[in-house]
Design a protein around this ligand. Structure first.
Ligand code: 5GP
Ligand code: ZN
Length: 139
């Protein structure tokens, strides 16, 4: 198991820093976010330290969405939320502030005040630019 002594999530995983844990198995710890967007906002933390999705081993990658589905289903049932966001940020520009891979599980409620928060501006792209991007990515 890879750990990083300077990583706050590794310290939470080891128990050196306390957290409100809602799920734990050999590979993952799932904790309530300390600054929640909504009631029940949780973070899936792989126990193996990886800074981001690029570093995350394929085995953890393969397991993480299965766990997200299981927890989203349970949380929706128990919290009676009206919708659900699953968000995962990579890199500072993308909003990542803790550099240990994590997946946000955010229950959404009608009138939760975040209606206009989790969205983005639309980029103006010419048909040529779209074609270039398509050709590049479909290679
Ligand atoms: P990011 O912006 O990197 O995608 O998300 C980092 C998240 O970690 C934030 O939502 C922040 O509130 C949460 N967080 C940061 N430090 C701690 C901590 O010590 N304990 C818990 N439970 N959450 C934390
Ligand atoms: Zn870590």
């Amino acid at each position: 198991m890879k750990t990083d002594d300077n990583c706050i999530f590794c310290k939470i995983i080891s128990g050196a820093i306390p957290s409100n844990t809602i799920f734990e198995d050999d590979d993952f710890k799932v904790i309530l976010d300390a600054a929640p967007a909504t009631k029940g906002h949780a973070l899936i933390l792989p126990k193996n330290h990886a800074a981001n999705i690029y570093e995350l081993p394929d085995e953890d990658c393969a397991k993480v969405f299965g766990l997200a589905k299981k927890l989203a289903t349970k949380m929706t049932d128990k919290l009676n939320c009206d919708g659900f966001n699953i968000i995962q940020n990579n890199g500072e520009i993308a909003g990542q502030t803790v550099f240990h891979f994590h997946m946000h599980l955010i229950p959404r409620y009608k009138g939760d005040g975040n209606e206009d928060k989790l969205c983005w501006n639309h980029a103006e792209l010419s048909d040529d630019e779209v074609k270039q991007i398509r050709d590049l990515l479909a290679e």
